[in-house]
Design a protein around this ligand. Structure first.
Ligand code: INI
Length: 153
């Protein structure tokens, strides 16, 4: 049986981060953890390009431009959509998710989903480097793994 899986070596990997300004008090921690995890896996912050966008709704367009440029081995979307009292959350989170996955399939470039979609600020804090880990780091590790899987396919 042939088994293909990706290692977590990020050496020489060129990564694009698309980062929202919305909820920056949380997103800053996702970015910090993501940079650290690249370095822990042999990559370099010098090979990361960060693009700042207003909110999660704008993320797919920036991800698409980065994917189309052919300059990046993978892209990581980092943001936080926090539930309010209106259906706005569902539209923003839904469009971000759909847009990101369609870019990934269109260009064959891994795009990791590091956008928190949570019910409360407390849940966002828990997932940005406190008791539930750091979802930015997790997304970034997924991106590294996918780059290494795709090299073998
Ligand atoms: N954008 C976010 O990234 N997170 C949110 O929680 C959020 N909320 O709650 O509204 C949010 N809205 C802005 C949206 O992403 C767009 O920037 C805006 O609608 C302009 O297109």
């Amino acid at each position: 049986m042939e088994m293909i899986q990706g290692n977590l070596n990020a050496e020489g990997m060129k990564l694009g981060f698309v980062v929202t300004r919305w909820n920056s008090f949380v997103v800053d921690h996702l970015v910090k953890g993501s940079i650290e995890v690249v370095e822990r896996h042999g990559g370099s912050a010098d090979n990361i390009t960060q693009v700042i966008v207003p909110g999660a709704f704008e993320v797919p367009l920036a991800v698409e431009k980065m994917a189309a440029s052919g300059k990046y081995d993978a892209i990581v979307a980092l943001g936080a959509v926090i539930q309010g009292g209106t259906p706005h959350f569902d539209y923003v989170a839904g469009e971000a998710t759909k847009g990101i996955s369609s870019v990934m399939l269109k260009y064959g470039v891994p795009v990791a989903f590091g956008i928190l979609t949570v019910n409360s600020i407390e849940q966002a804090i828990e997932r940005s480097g406190t008791k539930m880990g750091n979802k930015g780091e997790e997304a970034t590790v997924s991106a590294i793994e996918m780059v290494n899987v795709l090299k073998q396919l």
